[in-house]
Design a protein around this ligand. Structure first.
Ligand code: ZN
Length: 190
């Protein structure tokens, strides 16, 4: 039964995601008073004397410098799709990888660059519809502003973006420098 219990997202003291830990490891950190609990799943583990809520997100009390070891996210098709959560940024629908493409926000023919901040994930239909226009010219409203992600779940294991629990979403900060971007209602459709 314990095998089905979810993992816990561990954040640095500055709220940046560090790694995914088992719930047992999360409890060890809590009992050692090294972390504070930010979110709980609502699942209970019972011992003879007490009941414990499984922590979903915990945060270190003391900041750990991981700059030396933190990997730079490679600029690649797969990582762009992961950043955008396999979601067309124009029609806001999720697609399998083979039905996705990369759209240059400012088209290449008009001087658009192949950079994190000029590329969005799009479905083939939206990409064709947009053509050599900007989103504004095509009447399209991108879901997110393209930026270089600071962290992807793949960096802490083989985990894919889509399998990250929803309760982690606002701590992953993939799209903005705002420490707590609000969860979008549309995210719950997935
Ligand atoms: Zn689309």
């Amino acid at each position: 039964m314990e095998r089905h219990l979810p993992n816990t997202l561990l954040l640095n003291a500055g709220f940046e995601p560090l790694r995914i830990v088992s719930w047992q490891r999360a409890f060890a950190l809590i009992f050692q008073e090294k972390v504070e609990i930010l979110e709980e799943y609502g699942f209970i583990v019972a011992t003879v004397s007490r009941h414990y809520n499984i922590p979903a997100v915990i945060r270190l009390n003391r900041w750990v410098n991981l700059k030396r070891t933190s990997p730079i996210i490679r600029f690649s098709r797969a990582n762009l799709y992961a950043r955008d959560n396999y979601r067309c940024q124009y029609c806001h629908k999720y697609f399998p990888e083979r039905e996705l493409t990369l759209d240059h926000v400012l088209p290449v023919v008009r001087g658009g660059k192949k950079t994190w901040d000029n590329i969005l994930t799009a479905c083939i239909r939206c990409n064709q519809r947009k053509g050599h226009r900007t989103p504004e010219e095509a009447g399209l409203k991108p879901l997110n502003r393209p930026v270089a992600p600071r962290w992807l779940p793949g960096m802490v294991g083989s985990m894919r973006m889509r399998s990250a629990p929803e309760i982690w979403a606002r701590y992953l900060r993939l799209y903005s420098d705002d420490p707590f971007p609000p969860l979008r209602a549309a995210d719950h459709e997935a």
